[in-house]
Design a protein around this ligand. Structure first.
Ligand SMILES: [Zn+2]
Length: 98
């Protein structure tokens, strides 16, 4: 199992960037595809159903390495933060997630 295949399973959604909800079924992953079938975002939900991790494959807003990850910071539940991930070696994705 592990984070790549969360215990609650993986589901697909068709839509656009921004469509994934910030909360979902606990211990699941949601993969967002656009109308052309291109993977654009993956979101992991934790045991409380809050988003805990994103892997972005495509979005606007400047130059990015693809894919790259964001963690979720729920310190302020009204305005959760989504800081960009980077490890000490400069990796933009966290292999412990997938
Ligand atoms: Zn991003």
């Amino acid at each position: 199992m592990g984070m790549c295949k969360p215990s609650g399973g993986i589901s697909k959604q068709i839509g656009r960037v921004g469509d994934l909800k910030t909360t979902g079924e606990p211990n699941t992953r949601k993969d967002l595809y656009n109308e052309d079938g291109k993977l654009i975002q993956q979101r992991w939900y934790g045991s409380d159903g809050n988003a805990i991790w994103d892997r972005d494959w495509s979005h606007g807003g400047g130059e990015h390495e693809w894919p790259h990850d964001h963690s979720w910071d729920w310190t302020n539940p009204q305005h959760p933060d989504r800081p960009a991930y980077e490890d000490e070696y400069g990796n933009k994705t966290n292999s412990s997630y997938c």
